[in-house]
Design a protein around this ligand. Structure first.
Ligand SMILES: Cc1ncc(COP(=O)(O)O)c(C=O)c1O
Length: 444
């Protein structure tokens, strides 16, 4: 099938789409065959704004020239290097960059190919660390309701989205903090005021489970996939203090918040809270080559390195064929160069103000029951139809598509995370079209 050909039922039969109602998709397939800058193009010539930077992963937009050149240059030099017992110069260069960018003493980087693998790598590292410290009983985890840490077994265990777990039986031993959505914070602009106290729920979990059994708490600084659910300003600080008090590691999953989404390189910078382990993926390569990374503290690294054993023993029995893949490293170096600099962060912060006004202009439209925003990320929460909980947001997203905007829906939320290279008029245009789609849908 060429990129200009429309799919037939026969040609679609073999591709089982990820996280998609395949039956619905087959009835009205949405295909993109080209992307440039802020836009996707369909095979039949429809042009769409990309209002989520792909899946939160392409903040520099599509077809970035420097990334293209970095990848093609790398292909000419070294297309693959074995990930075990061998490495290559770009892997060291990238690790040095990430260590310099990551807050505090987060100085050592493990690689993988996705956010899900990053989450599971971080969880395994937390357990291995406590074992190396002589405390193997510290093996349980605490996540948070509405949290998303990918789809592997560790990630769904600590994740707090019920439907992502319900078909899969036994998971890891994990407990969950309450989510940070509070009705009284509805329509907050930026950080909500209420909610620091929600971190104290950790104490209740520990009363039952005891800190001596807990390896780590894992949270996203802001819950992206759960619907841009933002904690209050002091929440993460309080969580950090409690983790310190009880000798529990704190892991930040920065797969969405990493690399500038909130106008600082990491969410940890935005909230000024230092985790022990930080995971990232997505924007690390601008979504062009799959890559995830786990950045860990000096204390964890050194503890693992100081384990007894002869010089041949492997300190962390973990890794992937594609860990630190040369093409991914090249793409990451080119992406970071453009994203993680003061001028780009300033640009994001400037656009964020305008984005906040534009998204909150939807307040008052029918069916809109909450709007949240932080940096260049936001969500519009649609009143659920109790008889068909997943229908409205999905239908509105389909209308947005017709109006030339790709909008991601999840549960009853429409999520937005436009590319950092958007111009003010692009943000206005996206929300004008979304407003039309919501209004028309509510009337129909
Ligand atoms: C916070 C967070 N962690 C992990 C993941 C999983 O990443 P991936 O889909 O690359 O496995 C995601 C994906 O959206 C995410 O938002």
């Amino acid at each position: 099938m060429s990129s200009q050909t429309k799919p037939t039922p026969e040609s679609m039969r073999h591709h089982w789409l990820a996280f998609t109602s395949n039956r619905r998709f087959h009835q009205s397939p949405r295909l993109v065959s080209k992307a440039e800058g802020l836009f996707y193009h369909t095979p039949d010539g429809h042009k769409l704004y990309d209002s989520l930077s792909g899946l939160w992963c392409s903040p520099l937009g599509h077809g970035n020239q420097a990334i293209k050149e970095a990848i093609t240059g790398q292909l000419d030099e070294l297309d693959y290097a074995p990930a075990f017992n061998v490495s290559h110069p770009k892997a060291f260069e990238l690790s040095e960059k990430l260590a310099a960018l990551a807050p505090g003493d987060l100085d050592h980087v493990l690689y993988c190919s996705s956010g899900s693998e990053a989450a599971d790598t971080a969880l395994k590292l937390a357990r291995a660390y406590w074992r190396a410290k002589g405390k193997p009983e510290k093996s349980k985890f605490i996540g948070r309701a509405k949290g998303y840490h990918g789809v592997n077994f560790g990630g769904i265990s600590v994740g707090g989205i019920g439907p992502n777990r319900k078909s899969y039986g036994q998971t890891l031993d994990a407990y969950h903090l309450p989510h940070t959505w509070l009705a009284e914070n509805a329509f907050s602009r930026g950080l909500p005021t209420e909610g620091d106290h929600l971190a104290d729920a950790l104490n209740q979990i520990l009363e039952v489970q005891d800190a001596s059994n807990i390896a780590a708490v894992i949270v996203e600084p802001m819950a992206g996939s759960g619907g841009v659910i933002i904690p209050s300003a002091g929440y993460l600080k309080r969580l950090r203090e409690l983790c310190d008090k009880h000798d529990i590691l704190l892991i930040f999953d920065e797969v969405i918040t990493g690399f500038g989404r909130m106008g600082e390189v990491f969410g940890a910078d935005y909230f000024n809270v230092q985790p022990d382990i930080l995971t990232c993926a997505k924007a690390l390569t601008n979504g062009v080559v799959p890559m995830g990374a786990v950045i860990t503290s000096q204390e964890i690294y050194q503890t693992m390195m100081d384990q007894p054993g002869d010089e041949y023993s492997i300190e962390f029995m973990h890794g992937y064929t594609y860990s630190a893949h040369p093409l991914a490293c090249a793409a990451a170096l080119a992406s970071i160069e453009q994203i993680a600099n003061p001028a780009m962060m300033e640009q994001v912060r400037g656009l964020s103000e305008l984005f906040e006004n534009a998204i909150h202009d939807l307040r008052g439209l029918p069916l809109v029951e909450d709007i949240r925003n932080i940096g260049l990320a936001g969500a519009v929460q649609i009143e659920m139809d109790p008889a068909h909980p997943l229908k409205r947001a999905s239908d509105i997203s389909a209308r947005c598509w017709e109006k030339g905007v790709y909008v991601r829906f999840g549960g009853n939320n429409l999520s937005f995370a436009p590319p950092f290279i958007s111009q003010p008029q692009d943000i206005h245009e996206i929300f004008a079209r979304v407003a039309e789609a919501i209004t028309e849908y509510a009337k129909a």
